[in-house]
Design a binder for this molecule. Structure first.
Ligand SMILES: Cc1cc2nc3c(=O)[nH]c(=O)nc-3n(C[C@H](O)[C@H](O)[C@H](O)COP(=O)(O)OP(=O)(O)OC[C@H]3O[C@@H](n4cnc5c(N)ncnc54)[C@H](O)[C@@H]3O)c2cc1C
Length: 416
């Protein structure tokens, strides 16, 4: 089949790789002049089944409501007239029960674990590197109270297949000597040894180059998708800034913009952009900084070590499609970074970035055929799209081929 993949982020590129590996003739349509210029450009770098817990929860409900008036939290809601945001919020609030938290987390964990196998297989099969570190990730807490409360979600993940070790402060510093300078600030944490870190932009670029060279995937850069030409129950063509492009099937992987396109054609695709910030700094000395990825669960800061760079990430902000940033957006992140890794970096050398998580109200991505016979979705990966991209692409390719998927599809397949 001739398949058009709309969007060249990590999700669309992974889908293109698997579809082309199945022998399809794949064209990827991307508005930017290169791959990974959207959310996949500079995320926190965690490939983390350990972060599979869904965002919507009874605790998140309280935080979300507090964020409406307190803008100093890691989660910020800037109220504006946006009916789409209100509709999304209502659906998010409906997911904030204990039962929905567990159900959504089950699906995400299953996909994240599967995706881990897929990214490792891609890397072995293609020889692609991405500043990867397969040493695990540490999720840690500052107070005993938050440690006791916070480990609950990780114990649930452990019961459902994620190997973890609950660690006190001494063991934590033994595992991560980079945190020795912050030892007294930390009560304890959770070590997830199968998690890894890596640069999603580098991965996407290298995978795209491999897919183009070895599998014949065509990338149409600088080409904006403007709409779909629908006839009956089929998409006949994709309307773009370069004119109509026809294909036998179309995959929407446009990250945060997917919902904007989908809802014009009656597809229930409540993807909403949730803004976050990252700063990437060179390490002053190779022996400084973390040796593996981590997350300070009380300060809501995540970090990864990408080669000789440290990437810090923070904030979930509801502010529409605004991708701008200013120095003050990074102040808390740098403060925490310096507490954790004193002397390891100079913030004046940082590359600053803001991006939009393509977030579904239940945090579960949507994959599968949608409304029209030849239209597929692979989008809405939210806060863990780098983690789930490869598994999603493989799962989608199995659905397109009509093959039995390798992963239990329950709860994953998009319902029209
Ligand atoms: C601060 C932050 C930290 C994060 N940290 C992590 C992490 O540690 N681990 C993790 O797993 N995930 C993380 N994420 C989430 C992850 O980055 C995303 O889920 C993932 O990158 C989404 O990939 P995507 O391909 O769906 O979207 P994108 O990367 O945005 O790709 C979509 C592509 O579609 C293109 N496009 C959109 N509209 C059009 C159009 N009209 N025409 C043509 N092209 C179009 C865009 O230009 C873009 O290239 C983080 C996100 C943020 C913001």
């Amino acid at each position: 089949m001739r398949i058009l993949v709309l969007g060249a982020g990590v999700v669309g590129t992974a889908a293109a790789y698997y579809l082309a590996s199945d022998g399809h003739e794949v064209t990827v349509v991307e508005r930017h002049p290169a791959v990974a210029r959207g959310t996949s450009q500079s995320n926190a770098g965690l490939v983390s089944p350990g972060d599979a817990t869904a965002w919507a929860s009874p605790a998140a409900l309280k935080t979300f409501l507090r964020a409406l008036y307190n803008h100093d939290l890691g989660i910020k809601v800037r109220l504006r007239f946006d009916p789409y945001f209100f509709a999304w919020s209502l659906r998010f609030l409906r997911q904030c029960t204990y039962a929905r938290l567990r159900a959504n987390t089950d699906i995400k964990l299953r996909l994240a674990l599967y995706s881990r196998e897929c990214i490792n297989a891609i890397s072995a099969d293609t020889g692609i590197h991405y500043d990867e570190r397969k040493k695990g990730i540490l999720y840690f807490f500052r107070s005993q109270q938050s440690f006791d409360a916070g480990t609950d979600n990780y114990r649930y993940l452990a019961e459902h297949g994620l190997p973890i070790e609950i660690v006190g402060r001494d063991r934590l510093v033994e595992l991560e000597p980079g945190l020795a300078g912050a030892r007294d600030r930390i009560a304890g944490g959770v070590y997830s040894p199968i998690d890894q870190t890596g640069d999603s932009s580098q991965f996407t670029r290298n995978l795209a180059a491999y897919a183009a060279e070895k599998l014949g995937v065509q990338f149409l850069y600088g080409t904006t998708v403007e709409g779909l030409d629908i006839e009956g129950d089929q998409v006949r063509a994709v309307m773009t800034s370069a004119g109509p492009i026809t294909g036998d099937a179309v995959v929407i992987s446009m990250g945060p913009e997917s919902g904007l396109l989908g809802r014009r054609y009656g597809i229930d695709l409540p993807v909403y952009p949730v803004k976050g910030y990252t700063a990437t700094v060179p390490l002053e000395d190779e022996s400084m900084g973390p040796t593996m990825g981590g997350a300070d669960e009380d300060q809501l800061i995540a970090y990864s070590r990408l080669g000789n760079r440290l990437r810090l990430a923070s904030t979930a902000e509801f502010t529409g499609f605004d991708r701008t940033h200013k120095p003050s957006d990074f102040a808390a992140m740098f403060r925490t970074g310096k507490e954790l890794f004193p002397g390891a970096f100079d913030e004046n050398k940082a590359e600053l970035w803001a991006g939009l998580r393509p977030m579904m109200p239940n945090s579960v991505p949507v994959i599968g055929q949608a409304r029209y016979k030849n239209l597929y979705l692979d989008t809405g990966h939210g806060h863990v799209g780098w983690t789930m991209a490869c598994g999603s692409g493989k799962f989608l390719a199995d659905l397109v081929a009509g093959r039995e998927p390798e992963i239990d599809p329950q709860g994953l397949v998009y319902r029209n």
